[in-house]
Design a protein. Sequence first.
Length: 564
Amino acid sequence: MTIREPHAKGIAERAWHALSVEETLAMLDGNQAQGLAHAEAARRLEAVGLNVLPKHAGPSAFIRLLQQFHNPLIYVMLAGGVIMLLLPKHLIDAILIFAVVLANVIVGYLQESRAQAAIDALSKLITFETTVLRDGLAQRIDASLLVPGDLVVLHAGDRVPADLRFVRIRELQVDESMLTGESLPVAKALTAQTRETPLADRISLGFSGTLVTAGQATGIVVATGADTELGHLSHLIAEAETLATPLTIKISKFSVLLTRVILGVALLTFLLGMLRHRDFDTIFVTAVTLAVAVIPEGLPAAVTIILAIGVTRMARRHAVIRKLPAVETLGSTSVICSDKTGTLTKNEMTVTELCAGGLRYHVTGVGYAPQGTIMRDGRQILHLATEQALEQCLRAGVLCNDSRLEEEDEDWRVVGDPTEGALLTAAAKAGIAAGTLRDQMPPLDVIPFESERQYMATLHADGDAGAVVYAKGAVERLLTLCHAMLLADGTVVALDAAHVRAEAEAMAADGLRVLAFALRRLDKTATTLHAADLEHAMVFVGLQGMIDPPRWQACTAAIASGTL
């Protein structure tokens, strides 16, 4: 394995995004046609280790137990217990104090151990297989066995198993929200970027742990395990400073104040007794007894029990709390700054409005479940034969699409882009089955979506009718491709661009994301598709407007707070 730089430097210093495909292959001694040989892969695996995140050694069980004593109130109680042991006839009181301390420590230790066990169990679940090219053959292997130089094959729905430099792509989009926080998938390309390009804009790279939402790709592994961006993030989290919570700060201040009061009262009692010439032993025992009596030995236990109840309630909501005081921190939060997508909203795009043939339609139902209807003027559309523009608009949404819907335990989810999932659901509500339509009109060629192009187009066989091109994209861009528009009765008339723009603006004013759709008929001999085939040759068929519906919890909270 001849790698020009020490691999331990990591992907950030290597700037793989600034290298061309050829330079990357040469740097890693990779073979784009054959992949690595099994023997070479085994040698590299021995050299760099497994493709897994390193486990950061935490404190031992004994240290975690001792950490439970690290509480100012506990210190005060332990001091009081020791003093009570030294006093005659106070053994029972000392035992009770130590029992309360021990119960408090055990409850805290058991809860943190349970949380740690849950986190360890979750980490064991994060294992998966990936498709890799070795000795010229595609095979499935455990992702932990990947090494730099391996060629990985990705499809929609796959998780990226390591940091990759893409060498071949086809309409590839990747959800990188776990690293960048950006909810929309990123369109990837083979073009190299400058070294200064920020992480979120490195379109030639795929990062470990991210999800392929659409398209296909082949990438060469450039970093594994701790050298990946995910590994770097894991390292930063492990080194993060543990901050004091609001509760621990309050308890610390209270303990300091209480200690001063106890010592002051005990000292004052002792001095008054001496001034009144009382017996030294009697005065000393009285002062110590008074000091111990002031100690709120039940407070730590009460606080621990209350926090444990809070942690249990959070666990029922599938939230793992590692440290007991952290649950009180959540209750002390007054402002949460968050991206709305996937947090305040469901991250399930839903088509709610359509405009086709000069007519407006309303779509009922929320989410990806194909449950709902298409309405016009308060009437449900039962037959698409008289709504030809609507039918073609929905067909375009299905065929010019790389995603699919899946049902699992009565829950529908999209494999691919959420926007494309919404188009499939809208068509299903009108009785158009995506699988059946795709079988009837198989794809022949595609022009993938690119941000510079602002549209996607697909060519399909259409039986005896020849072939048809469907396109979807930004309204303004698609209008430049169209010379005519389709009416509801199937008549083709001159394009009224001003009317289409007005409809799109009205939908956008309602908070909808608007996509435009168009088609073009070709003869049977057409088998390939070029951008020139679309220029000013398309027939506009309609608009689809969609929105990401808010979570009901967010709506409830907004109503309760008076903001809605």
